[in-house]
Write a protein that binds this ligand. Sequence first.
Ligand code: PLP
Length: 396
Amino acid sequence: MKTYQIDKNGYYGKFGGAYIPEVLHQCVADLQGAYLQVLESDSFKQEYHQLLRDYVGRPSPLYYAKRLSDKYGAKIYLKREDLNHTGAHKINNTIGQILLAQRMGKKRIIAETGAGQHGVATATVCALMDMPCVVYMGETDIERQEPNVQKMKMLGATVIPVTSGNMTLKDATNEAIRDWCCHPSDTFYIIGSTVGPHPYPDLVARLQSVISEEIKWQLDEKEGRDYPDYLIACVGGGSNAAGTIYHYINDERVKIALGEAAGKGIDSGMSAATIQLGKEGIIHGARTLVMQNEDGQIEEPYSISAGLDYPGIGPIHAYLTNEGRSQVYAVDDQQAMDAVFELTSLEGIIPALESAHALGVLNEIKFQPDDIVVLTLSGRGDKDMETYIRVMNDEV
Ligand SMILES: *Cc1c(COP(=O)(O)O)cnc(C)c1O
């Protein structure tokens, strides 16, 4: 049988790997050597699942969205990651990585953040585990995500402004890697998505795979079969999507549809549609698709949604799309915004702007009436209220 899993060298086909500076070689090798053993140990599993249940609030509900279903002519279920503690799926990953850091004897946590959601999820688990936390964040993002910056500080993290490049997520990631190079032995770098050098893409996918593990039994309970016809998710770096599809990747009955950010339009020069526009290259330690110009310089991505605004993509998604296993749709700012207000009025759920890029995919597929669709609602809209208020006031 064909498998889409990572190989022993950390590649999905030609994508992935670990392209790292020499000073990180030992600590990345240690992590590669330790992560599977730790994740599969009884002590880890017990603590991880207990925290997911009692601290995060899992299992997250699988909600049958009746009015949304009527509108699109299929049976649509929403996987409610928006109901997790801290408001998104990111906490599934940070809890797992901090437990791994502790078991590897690390004393200090660093992270990068764009919109601040991963920074908040990391600062949260550092408070919980009483570990020092440094979060790198671009100056531009610090200005536009003030509430998340204040949350991280309140949680005890040190937020370091990054003033290189465009002063956004890519630059914050560069700084975090630089810090890691200076402190490779005592510091654990908690990466927020299925990106970075091997083993991070696989580590993060495994920690988020609880999403599809739950979908299986929840769907079986509700529909008498444990697989849907379609899985839909948004992709920034690709972690909520990887978790959503993880246990279905080799099940060809299940179609995978992903929404990436087309910004002001896929041909506008202002988008973050990396899978469709990117070319093979290396970014932050992995070979993947990268938004770059003819000289190989990284192009600045743009999306109304700060969480999707990344010029790379998890190698797993570069591979699955190349193989024809996933279909990727470009959803632009306006379509995402329309989806926000549609879900709010039909279901009484205000989604995050990122998640609205998954909802936007519903318009792109011709469903049969008995199709079962599971769409992951990756986060809630609280952090985006300022943007939504401007739309309601006709200011954008
Ligand atoms: C960070 C974020 C994303 C994008 O990250 P992925 O790794 O692609 O999942 C999507 N939705 C929300 C709510 C986020 O906070």
